[in-house]
Design a protein. Structure first.
Lengths: 99, 148
């Protein structure tokens, strides 16, 4: 009989440190779940000409905002970076902020 | 034949007549080469995100045309040579448009189905769904800048 038991202490086992997990969770402050704006608003087209929209995903210095901050899903982030880079090429967005 | 989009920046110190003449010239060149110009859009003067050849602003013009690759090559060469042009970008958009069209159709179908299910789930589930008028705008270039 094949057994798929996890190693002792792994997630497959009984939750041994249950109360500990609660304690660590209590310490963490509440964070809102991030959602991809393009999925929610059903924006299919991420166009490089739509500067207003792209501006929301560019930091002050002109850097592309990472996914872990903005919450954009991976397929959309891919298209977004593409659009931002195109917009930079035609001087719609800065490569770097000017001082 | 492919659909292309060409966005280029004309120097801000060129007069309106010069710009118009230049755009007209490009358009005639394209049509004589065998391309069909679908759209010419002048955005007017905009601030550039960074300095280009010491200019802080530029006159944006957008062309959309259907042509083969050789014509684009020639068109780009002309833009490169032209004194008026600061910068240009060519984007092939036919595949993007196709993808968008497909997504839109899927979305419409799904929403129609959902509406049909919500409307006629109890009385007659087998009845054909009341077809929603699928409005399909031309939507040649979505995502145009809304600001002036």
């Amino acid at each position: 009989m094949p057994e798929f038991k996890g190693r002792p202490g792994s997630a497959g086992q009984r939750p041994t440190g249950g109360d500990k997990a609660v304690a660590t969770q209590k310490k963490q402050y509440f964070r809102r779940k991030k959602v991809c704006r393009f999925c929610v608003e059903k924006i299919d087209d991420i166009n490089y000409k739509d500067v207003k929209m792209l501006h929301a995903f560019v930091a002050e210095r002109g850097k592309i905002v990472p996914r872990r901050i903005s919450g954009v899903c991976a397929p959309h982030q891919r298209r977004l970076t593409d659009a931002i880079k195109k917009a930079r090429n035609i001087a719609l967005l800065p490569f770097a902020a000017q001082f | 034949m492919r659909i292309y989009e060409e966005l280029f920046i004309i120097k801000p110190d060129a007069s309106d007549e010069e710009v118009d003449a230049f755009v007209e010239q490009l358009r005639t060149q394209l049509t004589t080469a065998g391309a069909t110009v679908d759209k010419v859009d002048k955005w007017g003067k905009r601030r550039l995100a960074y300095k280009v050849d010491k200019y802080r602003e530029g006159n944006y013009v957008l062309f959309q045309f259907t042509a083969g690759p050789e014509i684009v090559h020639e068109f780009e060469r002309r833009l490169r040579v032209a004194d008026l042009v600061l910068k240009f970008i060519t984007v092939r958009i036919d595949e993007t448009l196709k993808r968008l069209d497909k997504r839109k159709k899927e979305r419409d179908k799904r929403s129609a189905k959902r509406a049909a299910n919500a409307g006629s789930s109890a009385p007659a589930p087998a009845a054909p769904a009341p077809l929603q008028p699928v409005t399909e705008g031309p939507a040649i270039v979505p995502g145009m800048p809304k600001e002036s």
